[in-house]
Design a protein around this ligand. Structure first.
Ligand code: ADP
Ligand code: MG
Length: 451
């Protein structure tokens, strides 16, 4: 069975993906509609779980003729295995085979991200007031701060805090009516209601809540009809003593084309702003994130990542994940030196030698340099060649005609076409994007070693 599954997967996935993540997995057992797949390490498991479980499920269903649940486990010992220096010990997987139990008995309408709770929010001098205000609102909604208006730059935790209020309420009152909505969603609902002639139910829906959380309210700018309707929604809720929380990337007075009466409504409660976090807070955020993901990181690494990303916590978290993925692929120890090529954009620009790029491509795709330079139109060879041209364009400063020469005398328009095609694939196909990233890491690493 597994061999058949592997064969089909091989056709669907790129070779690096297949080799790195799929081939190393084995079937542990198949029973009662559940296929248990074992992976060699936590990373492979997380990766499969995150990106490939759906594809695997579809292929297995195809082969078996009926659907099964897929469970991914880690080879025995994988969980408490130590790898040398305990400072570098990592990652220990967060194994919870069962889905989070709290989710099921919650009202659907809340639609909150389970991670956006107060306990996962790090308080620093940059967000202390916003955090305190949110807590106060969560404890006694509709009292002091109504509306609560959160403002701050992108990726600074507005959505997180706002949803934390919802979680908190639901914890105390599981049947509280909490509604989290983006401004875009509100607008779309409104348009749909107008079209379907169902304004009545739209209004009932939005006005029958205990806490209304509206995200990215700055997008209401210039939308006259949405502003009109939101004004009435707001008033109804406010008069009934229901809590409204709004989040925006700027204060009400700086939202252009916002009706004066809305602006004054938005400002009549409390406006709490969030500033970019200082280094200490950024480090604490990474630390907490690592704890939740059960990884232990050397302090130097935390410090390094925290000092490289200063103004957006989403990017900070992204950098951590990127570093972690890279270390797992490369098998190197988790040190500042080893992660800096993937994190530091400046060092990412290391000039590569053409032969380094060629070798990385040939090796990754398992084809020869001759094939790469030749004229075969076999799909995997021509794809490798196109990716090669794309990588050459990004990692060397060779001109298009020169790149053509490297690939056995291809025309510069062919090179250009290839680069554009791969750039497009990259945006639309996560597997290709991942392959390109891995290749880039590999080329950078080799180039750094040479220079
Ligand atoms: P915003 O809505 O302001 O653009 P988000 O609330 O989406 O930002 O936050 C971006 C990411 O950063 C989320 O994953 C969030 O959990 C995380 N984050 C932001 N601030 C903090 C914080 N103080 N502590 C922990 N995580 C945070
Ligand atoms: Mg947000």
């Amino acid at each position: 069975l597994w061999n058949q599954v592997l064969e089909r997967l091989q056709l669907q996935l790129s070779r690096p993906t297949f080799e790195t993540w799929i081939k190393t997995a084995v079937v542990e057992r198949l029973e009662e509609g559940c296929l248990v797949i074992q992976t060699p390490n936590p990373f492979a498991r997380n990766w499969l779980q995150k990106y490939y479980i759906k594809t695997i499920g579809e292929v297995v269903q195809d082969v078996l003729g009926y659907p099964v649940d897929i469970h991914i486990t880690i080879a025995n010992g994988g969980e408490d295995q130590t790898l040398g220096d305990p400072e570098l010990l990592w990652p220990i997987p967060p194994v919870s085979a069962t889905p989070e139990p709290t989710q099921t008995n919650r009202p659907r309408q809340a639609d909150l991200n389970p991670k956006y709770v107060f306990s996962r929010f790090v308080v620093g001098s940059n967000n202390r007031m916003a955090h305190a205000a949110c807590l106060a609102v969560a404890e006694s909604p509709g009292r002091e701060f109504n509306p609560l208006f959160l403002c701050g730059g992108v990726g600074l935790g507005k959505t997180h805090l706002m949803q934390a209020i919802g979680h908190y309420r639901l914890e105390i009152h599981p049947d509280a009516r909490i509604f989290y909505v983006s401004t875009e969603q509100f607008t779309n609902d409104l348009i749909a209601a107008i079209r379907k002639d169902s304004m009545q139910s739209f209004r009932e829906h939005y006005r029958a809540v205990d806490v209304l959380l509206v995200d990215d309210i700055q997008f209401i700018e210039g939308k006259e009809y949405t502003q009109e309707e939101f004004f009435h929604t707001f008033n109804t809720l406010h008069e009934a003593g229901k809590q409204v929380v709004l989040a925006s990337d700027r204060p009400p007075s700086q939202i252009p084309r916002l009706q004066e009466r809305l602006c004054s409504r938005f400002s009549m409660g409390l406006i709490a702003d969030i500033q970019p976090p200082d280094l200490e807070t950024r480090m604490a955020i990474l630390q907490k994130k690592a704890e939740y993901e059960n990884m232990r990181l050397p302090r130097t690494v935390i410090e390094y990542i925290a000092s490289s990303y200063t103004s957006n916590i989403r990017e900070l978290e992204g950098a951590l994940i990127r570093a972690v993925a890279y270390i797992s692929i490369s098998g190197l120890p988790m040190t500042v030196d080893n992660i800096s090529p993937v994190l530091n954009p400046a060092s990412e620009k290391v000039e590569a030698l053409p032969e380094t790029v060629m070798a990385a491509i040939a090796d990754t795709f398992g084809i020869t340099l001759e094939e790469l330079k030749g004229h075969s139109r076999r799909r995997e060879i021509s794809l490798a060649r196109q990716i090669g041209m794309y990588m050459m364009r990004h990692h060397t400063d060779l001109s298009l005609p020169k790149i053509g020469e490297e690939f056995g005398g291809k025309d510069h328009t062919t090179v250009l076409y290839s680069c554009e095609k791969i750039a497009q694939l990259k945006d639309n196909d996560p597997t290709i994007a991942q392959t390109l990233r891995q290749l880039g890491d590999r080329i950078n690493l080799a180039s750094r070693a040479q220079s």
